[in-house]
Design a protein around this ligand. Structure first.
Ligand SMILES: Nc1ncnc2c1ncn2[C@@H]1O[C@H](COP(=O)(O)OP(=O)(O)OP(=O)(O)O)[C@@H](O)[C@H]1O
Ligand SMILES: [Mg+2]
Length: 293
């Protein structure tokens, strides 16, 4: 297909009503706070709740998605962009058929793309939209330009913070820089937060409150708190074993915390959508009867 053909096809395809996936970008101000750990496990949790999830690994950290899932990708986003691979070829299957795309050098090279290459990439990403209900993007930490560009283009940003002293100031710095980006829109972006490696529920809630206070005062941004995840040595073991905690320790309190956050993200009310056994059913029934009296 020549360039003109490609452009024509892209324009005509945009007229159609398309299925779009929900893209959730996971980021943090400070590195090593648990972004990749949470991306992988939230992906598994949401997939178990019936959603088709694809993870896009846009992180260049050491413990990245492929290491955590223990599956080596044959090709990555750069192979699609420059070497003629198609979308299916660059998608790698992990445990429980959780799919991911390794960014490779593709994310860094994004700014060097020619117009034709951009058109080509956009077409391919439409295919990904058709395929996935949810795309979870794991980014690198901090205010590196390539990360920020990506984050500011996202409608749904999930910030991970920990109780370490600099974690909140770094998260604030990230939001402050984001706020200055021209393509960032306060109205069309929702920002959510997870507190990771906490030692108590209160610690997590306080962390959110601290960030919320400054961010609201200086940037007029609201941050929804999704919940906290306790410090758990199994997280490190999970990386060593290349087995996500939701698979290796499915009954652990950490797995339950992650599942609760996944439900919150999918807006599933526990009482409504999930059976809690006959006792609860009777409980609810009784309450309803007593209300009538
Ligand atoms: N709740 C937790 N309890 C204990 N350790 C944790 C927890 N969450 C993550 N970790 C550990 O913290 C380290 C960093 O985690 P991870 O690689 O997920 O962070 P990251 O934010 O993706 O890092 P990077 O910024 O380098 O990409 C890992 O060793 C991981 O096992
Ligand atoms: Mg990471």
């Amino acid at each position: 297909m020549d360039q003109a053909d490609q452009l024509r096809k892209l324009v005509s395809s945009q007229k159609k009503v398309r299925k779009t996936s929900r893209v959730i970008t996971v980021t943090s101000g400070k590195g090593g706070v648990g972004k990749s750990t949470l991306t992988v496990n939230l992906g598994l949790a949401m997939q178990r709740l019936g959603k088709k999830v694809v993870i896009l690994d846009a992180d260049f950290g050491l413990a990245n998605i492929e290491v955590m899932l223990g599956s080596r990708p044959k090709f990555n986003l750069a192979d699609l962009m420059f070497r003629g691979k198609n979308l299916q070829e660059i998608i790698t299957k992990g445990p429980e058929d959780l799919e991911f795309i390794s960014g490779g050098s593709g994310i860094q090279e994004m700014s060097r793309l020619t117009r034709d290459q951009v058109i080509y990439l956009v077409q391919k990403l439409y295919e990904l939209d058709e395929l996935a209900d949810i795309i979870l993007v794991d980014t690198g930490a901090g205010i590196a330009d390539s990360v920020l560009e990506f984050v500011s283009a996202s409608n749904e940003v999930l910030i991970v913070a920990t109780p370490e002293p600099t974690s909140i100031t770094d998260a604030y710095a990230l939001l402050k820089t984001l706020n200055r980006k021209s393509d960032y829109s306060r109205e069309s972006t929702t920002i959510k937060m997870i507190a990771n490696r906490i030692s108590s529920e209160e610690e997590g809630a306080t962390l959110h409150e601290k960030l919320q206070v400054v961010v609201e005062k200086f940037l007029n941004i609201k941050i929804e708190y999704l919940g906290g995840i306790h410090q758990d040595p199994n997280c490190q073991k999970a990386i060593m074993r290349q087995e996500p905690i939701l698979i290796g320790s499915p009954n652990s309190s950490t797995a339950k915390e992650i599942e609760a956050i996944a439900r919150k993200l999918l807006d599933i009310q526990l009482d409504e959508k999930e059976g809690k056994g006959i006792a609860q059913l009777f409980n609810r029934w009784m309450k309803a009867i007593y209300k009538k009296k």
